[in-house]
Design a protein. Structure first.
Length: 321
């Protein structure tokens, strides 16, 4: 399997992914007014079982408003493939409109991703939606089986090109994994993740890179802890994540800022791309006394692609839609 290419120049870079309960109109309207790149309408953990029918109806009505211009993309987190609820969740999401993507939780094997993709094939055909328009974000570490299966994703999904084409990214979660393991704490005395959760985070990052899709960092559960969020964001960007899940609107500004390249980074990236453009076919170029090769070009292209949402996000933050 060859190394993944840089994202296309027009590929959106979704930095902030804001969860909002599927049954709360008030919270949904507030989320839609934020500068989040994506709002995830949740039909899973934030909705009580007895309220799931109402949540499905509410999500379907919101999506039925039609295609939106500006503002966050609308995604839906469905219940896990193994729950027996996923297909009904998807039916509800497509009842009046269509989400931009589906977040699939508690995935335990690559075959479950294929199951979700196959159902989306049917729904898109039935609803007259362009094939493979609906993308997938997979929460890949919420079960022990899921964490152990992550190294198998690249081989399994590259053998299923139609499924791989739907995959927008991988993300990781600690809450459900911790519950499954019965851990006392996910962090050590110094506040760092313990080995198992470091493994989950790194496995997600590596599998996403191997597949050439976005790696999205998990949630910071204490939305009042701005310092803790800032520390997580610094580590996430340093390590190669391109975005982060959020549970509260107050987290969006920090997330967007952390994953938006600085002016200096953008300028340097443009210079690297220009240096290669000036030497067509060259595998190595010189810039400022340094020898640059293909990995430097790919990184520069990623930085420029990541810059494309900065202006849109700023406009949304200012209420410009």
């Amino acid at each position: 399997m060859s190394a993944p290419e840089a994202p296309p120049a027009d590929a959106p870079t979704l930095r902030s992914w804001l969860f909002v309960p599927g049954d709360s109109e008030r919270k949904q309207e507030k989320a839609l007014a934020t500068a989040a790149d994506a709002v995830i309408l949740d039909l899973e953990d934030s909705v009580a079982a007895e309220l799931l029918p109402q949540a499905r109806e509410r999500v379907g009505r919101l999506l039925g408003r039609g295609e939106r211009t500006g503002g966050p993309q609308l995604w839906v987190r469905v219940n896990a493939p193994a729950s027996g609820l996923m297909c009904a969740d998807l039916d509800a999401a497509f009842a009046g409109g269509a989400p931009r993507g589906i977040v699939v939780p508690k995935v335990s094997a690559a075959g479950e991703i294929a199951e979700a993709a196959a159902y989306l094939d049917m729904l898109e055909s039935r609803c007259g939606i362009a094939p493979q328009r609906t993308r997938l974000l997979v929460i890949a570490t919420e079960t022990p089986r899921g964490l152990l299966a992550l190294p198998q994703y690249p081989a399994a999904l590259m053998g299923l090109p139609a499924v791989a084409a739907r995959l927008a990214g991988l993300t990781w979660g600690a809450e459900d994994l911790g519950a499954a393991l019965g851990v006392g704490s996910r962090r050590d005395a110094g506040g760092e993740l313990t080995f198992t959760f470091q493994l989950a985070r790194c496995s997600c990052l590596l599998a996403a890179a191997a597949l050439g899709v976005a790696a999205i960092d998990g949630v910071h559960g204490d939305f009042r802890d701005a310092a803790g969020l800032a520390a997580e964001l610094t580590r996430a960007r340093r390590d190669g994540f391109s975005g982060k899940l959020a549970i509260h609107p107050d987290q969006i500004a920090a997330i967007n800022a952390a994953f938006s390249p600085t002016a200096a980074e953008r300028e340097q990236a443009r210079r690297v791309v220009a240096a290669f453009a000036a030497a067509p076919g060259a595998g190595v170029v010189s810039l400022d006394g340094r020898m640059l090769d293909r990995p430097h070009l790919l990184q520069a292209q990623r930085i420029l692609a990541a810059s494309r949402h900065d202006l849109d996000g700023a406009r949304r933050a200012e209420g410009g839609g």
